[in-house]
Design a protein around this ligand. Sequence first.
Ligand code: PLP
Length: 410
Amino acid sequence: MAYINENYLKLPGSYLFAEVARRVSEYKKNHPSADIIRLGIGDVTLPLPQASIDAMHKAVDEMAHAETFRGYGPEQGYPFLIEAVRKHNYTDRGLDIAADEIFISDGSKSDCGNIQEIFAENSTVAITDPVYPVYLDTNVMAGRTGTLKEDGHFEGVVYLASNAENNFCPALPKEHVDMLYLCCPNNPTGTTLSHSELKKWVDYARANDTVILFDAAYAAYISEPDVPRSIYEIEGAKDVAIEFRSFSKTAGFTGTRCGYTVIPKTVTAKAKDGSRHPLNALWNRRHCTKFNGTAYIVQRGAEAIYTEEGQAQVKENISYYMENARIIREGLKTAGITAFGGINAPYIWLKTPGGLKSWDFFDKLLDTGNVVGTPGVGFGPCGEGYFRLTAFGDRENTERAVERISKLKF
Ligand code: PLP
């Protein structure tokens, strides 16, 4: 008799975007001619940078000849990509990260989801609320939580409310936590922490023997100087923080798949006998056992974004999305709707007008404006009464969506 991992049964049935898709398809069925504009799912729409395309074509050709063919590569990633990442995102910025502290992967979702495996099962977990659901769900699956309570919180998880009242900088946990997930720039709120705010979290982690799991998937969108691009800009972070990065939103790799995780060898955690162990070694062991490397062709495509032309192309795409963000932000403001984010991130987090609940606003927007967004409550109970719009659409549709929203009466 095989038994299931019953922790999976604790998770609510329908995943947020599946429910969004269900409601949209239901609406379409009843209104077949509706011209629906989607500003919901956080997926890019612009093609890959030409530099990446060229590099991948070349890599495909290498695969066609015995002399240049590549089979399994190093699980941790090819040195050419590790060195490019290291130089561009760390050493050139004065951050001392070694090559064997960077692990190339098939994207950040796997890394953010899998990292919990190297921590003890009884570790306490803190997440900001609302947040990217992967951190919580993977810990539920691993049995680090109790069941889902009526208020939408899982038992045993420390939720750190992040809202307009605290300017999206949650208060530090009152209790001790072992693992602390931070996402900056934040999905879904599009807000960020300043250097001094992030320093408080690093100080907390150092004082409490906590490991910070810092998701910087949107670092490339930061425009303001006081927002850290990497947690290692904060003094002391190298002893307590793991950083996740992705090529997905940086360079349009959502379908191509490449990311990386940085684990300085100075980040350690305890065994039951009190001995301390570097997490780098544990992750390396996991990575080599369960992962067989990202495709050579994809790694060549990722490397190409660090060339001069690659950088120019990436910046152009990001500017395009951030202009959409500006249009949404300013359009909402003109319409009298309070909104946050959209300056250092491609997400705009609006307060639903008229005190509507997130899903009620979703239905109203779909029904009367034919615009699709994402209900804030889907990212955590504190997202109730908020709504996420993304800047990843095309310009014309973004402008049309904003025009429609501004004509709505709430
Ligand atoms: N982290 C955050 C905060 C995200 O929003 C996303 C994707 O939406 C990811 C990680 C996953 O990125 P990847 O495409 O690299 O798996």
